[in-house]
Design a protein around this ligand. Sequence first.
Ligand SMILES: [Mg+2]
Length: 166
Amino acid sequence: MTFLKRFLIPDEVFRQMTDVPFSALYDRGFRIALLDLDNTLAEDHVTEPSAYTFEVIQKLEAAGFRCCIVSNAKSTRSADFSARIPIECISYAHKPSPAGIYRALALLHAEKSQTIFFGDQIFTDIIAAKRAGVYAVYIEPVTKVEKMYIRIKRPFERIVRRMYHF
Ligand SMILES: [Mg+2]
């Protein structure tokens, strides 16, 4: 497997979080759900969880998962967001570094082999998950309305997705 392929290709792809078969993943031995915030669990750059956020977390917890947000966002915004659900949160995760994922694993006393990362960006979320050695699930972005620094990466993501058929 090439270097690119090893870090850019998610293990699974879903259109939205509510499409993920959480119980089936639990039955395969997964117990921990690490979640990107912006455009995975809610729209981009929000401060409050939405009905969609609560639905996703409720489904995950009902299936038996423990959840933790792992976000590159400032600690105040992501911490306030997760406190309203409430679930654990790692802010300033510095994805594509795996550091934030390691912090989440330590916080939850979790094993890599039982952990899934869900995120909407190949060049931050999927790379971070792959580098950390956890199962990587790519979710299509909740909305197309994004900040410029994210929007400029999307055409490159489309190239990778076309190259590797996902
Ligand atoms: Mg995101």
